[in-house]
Write a protein that binds this ligand. Structure first.
Ligand code: HAM
Length: 409
């Protein structure tokens, strides 16, 4: 019979990778909590119009990457391609804007985008992300970036930070007009996708990966020349704060991001170590999104990081708890072995009972394979074996053995 395989772009995360996954997510969670963010567990599916109205009709995500289908009730729903839209929807729907509107949320979980799979890019991937609602100070931008940096530092991941300001939607309208005029003069020489982007999404031409497009747009006008005084002031303050926090950054006036909701600050943490998909964490401000989705005017900002990309960069995992394997020497001692394991676990010791039947030799072989640091042989006495030195100690009762083990672990 033919075997069923997983769907292209989807992954089983197991073994060492599952440990890395957990390490990345737990580290982020610890830091989110330290910064006093609250967790929100968001649904995997949403009404498709949520993403159209937030991420943007003209974006790649909405145009060609969403998993959209009709459910049995005839609703058109989408697997979430990102978390911000859902967080904003929840913020409005659950009335979190009450009491001044200030709220700090974090989330983790699977996202879905029908992209071309390659190293660091999957159709189901996982994000950790955080959103801050109800503050418009550049202090908030700086502290958010600091928090992301802290997560990356804690994971010992070396990245560079790029920042930009996209200004307000009004600033951008004027800029886009000038950019379009410029791009029209280069149209012939741009790739096919960029030729259509001039009309649909001209900003995206600036981060096209095709060499020829990069070359042709080298002298394109930059958004930072079109910022209003207010936006410029925010951007200047942000840079001042980042310097004060010892966070290195480079300004990249071509950094535009692939989602339409951003205003003012945008940033990306990038590495060159994992190929073309080098952005590991990214985000920015989206001061108009809450009102665009029917909520009260509320400034907001956030970020998300790709867990799989972080996993590719994690080199060492924290040391694991040593394993104790409990072996009944013959089946007459099975009950005693089960009880011994219970006692060990009640003391928080990682314990595996050897459950398979077989010779003592085959049981020892399995204990070795499981990477046991200690083995406890159960018979009419208890024998503790140190696997690294081969030394053994005999105990009349299990309590004494546990005391000794507790000291060694
Ligand atoms: P994004 O840049 O679309 O932003 O995604 C954030 C991160 O998710 C990327 O930097 C990358 O690490 C990871 N990622 C995206 N697509 C894939 C994929 N196909 N495979 C693997 N990893 C991927 C957002 O999603 C915004 N919601 C971020 C944000 C939050 N902005 C404000 N608040």
């Amino acid at each position: 019979m033919s075997k069923i395989q997983k769907i292209r772009g989807f992954q089983d995360i197991y073994g060492e990778n599952a440990k890395k996954y957990r390490y990345v997510v737990d580290t982020a969670r610890k830091i989110f909590e330290k910064y006093n963010f609250e967790e929100i567990i968001l649904p995997f599916v949403e009404d498709v119009s949520l993403f159209k109205r937030s991420v943007g009709e003209a974006t790649d995500i909405v145009q060609k990457e969403m998993y959209v289908f009709e459910d049995r009730g005839g609703r058109t729903i989408a697997l979430r391609p990102e978390g911000t839209a859902s967080a904003v929807r929840a913020y409005i729907e659950e009335g979190m804007y009450a009491k001044g509107g200030y709220k700090k949320l974090f989330y983790e979980g699977a996202m879905f985008r029908y992209e071309r799979p390659q190293a660091g890019r999957y159709r189901q991937f996982h994000q950790i992300g955080a959103e801050i609602f109800g503050v418009d100070t550049p202090m908030a931008d700086a502290e958010l970036i600091k928090m992301v940096k802290e997560i990356l530092d804690e994971l010992r991941i070396d990245v560079r930070l790029e920042i930009n300001s996209l200004g307000s939607f009004e600033d951008r309208k004027e800029y886009i007009n000038h950019l379009k005029q410029f791009l029209e003069t280069k149209k012939e020489n741009l790739c096919e996708t960029c030729q259509t982007r001039i009309e649909t999404n001209p900003l995206r031409v600036l981060d096209c990966k095709v060499e020829q497009c990069k070359e042709e747009t080298k002298d394109a006008p930059v958004i930072t020349d079109y910022l209003s005084e207010k936006s410029l002031e925010r951007y200047t303050k942000l840079k001042e704060y980042l310097k004060a926090l010892d966070i290195e950054f480079t300004e990249n006036p071509r950094l535009v991001r692939g989602l339409d909701y951003y205003t003012d600050t945008v940033f990306e943490f990038i590495t060159d170590k994992i190929g073309a998909q080098g952005t590991v964490a990214a985000g920015g401000r989206y001061d108009k999104l809450v009102s665009q989705l029917g909520g009260p005017e509320t400034p907001a900002l956030g970020f998300a990081a790709g867990v799989e990309r972080l996993m590719l960069l994690v080199e060492t995992l924290p040391e694991e708890k040593p394993l104790v394997v409990v072996i009944p020497v013959v089946s007459d001692y099975n009950i005693q072995a089960l009880k011994s394991s219970n006692l060990l676990r009640s003391k928080d010791i990682k314990t595996e009972t050897l459950l398979k039947e077989g010779s003592l030799k085959s049981k020892m072989k399995l204990a070795n394979k499981l990477n046991a640091k200690f083995v406890v042989f159960v018979s009419d006495k208890y024998e503790l074996k140190y696997m690294d030195t081969g030394e053994q100690e005999i105990f009349e009762n299990i309590e004494d053995l546990v005391d000794v083990l507790n000291e060694k672990i």
